[in-house]
Design a protein around this ligand. Structure first.
Ligand code: 5GP
Length: 119
């Protein structure tokens, strides 16, 4: 590895590369899914593109298939997690959206009655 590469990785790249241990719920060439370390619902997992796109605002036209894929994977995993009464998908974006990890990720939350609007 070149010097500096490790430091340049995002948290989620470190998890994908096994530098930080985390159980993989799902993996393919484009994305992977892990359980959130600080779950906000009985089921809370993240679907994450391997490419470290920082935020929704960094998406380009060519990424539209990728974003669709993230949702398709989210729905498949939600059914595997037996979220048959429904669930919520969220992309937090930026400071007001309370995004804390600058590597795009789709939250999937379920297993309890969720409230609206969120705080
Ligand atoms: P954000 O706040 O950026 O929308 O979401 C980041 C999420 O990543 C948070 O819900 C947080 O709990 C989760 N998270 C932060 N560090 C780790 C970690 O090391 N492992 C896992 N599995 N999740 C993490």
């Amino acid at each position: 590895m070149k010097g500096g590469d490790m430091a340049d990785k995002t948290l989620f790249q470190k998890i994908a590369d096994g530098d930080i241990p985390s159980e993989m719920l799902y993996e393919d060439d484009v994305c992977f899914a892990i359980r959130d370390i600080n779950p906000q619902a009985p089921v809370h997992f993240l679907v994450i593109p391997r490419r470290p796109i920082p935020t929704l605002n960094h998406l380009e036209k060519a990424d539209e298939d990728l974003v669709g894929h993230l949702f398709t994977v989210a729905a498949k995993l939600a059914m595997e997690e037996e979220l048959t009464d429904g669930y919520r998908t969220v992309f937090n974006c930026g400071r007001h959206g309370q995004q804390t990890v600058n590597h795009l990720h789709l939250h999937v939350l379920g297993g309890r009655q969720l409230k609206w609007p969120p705080g």
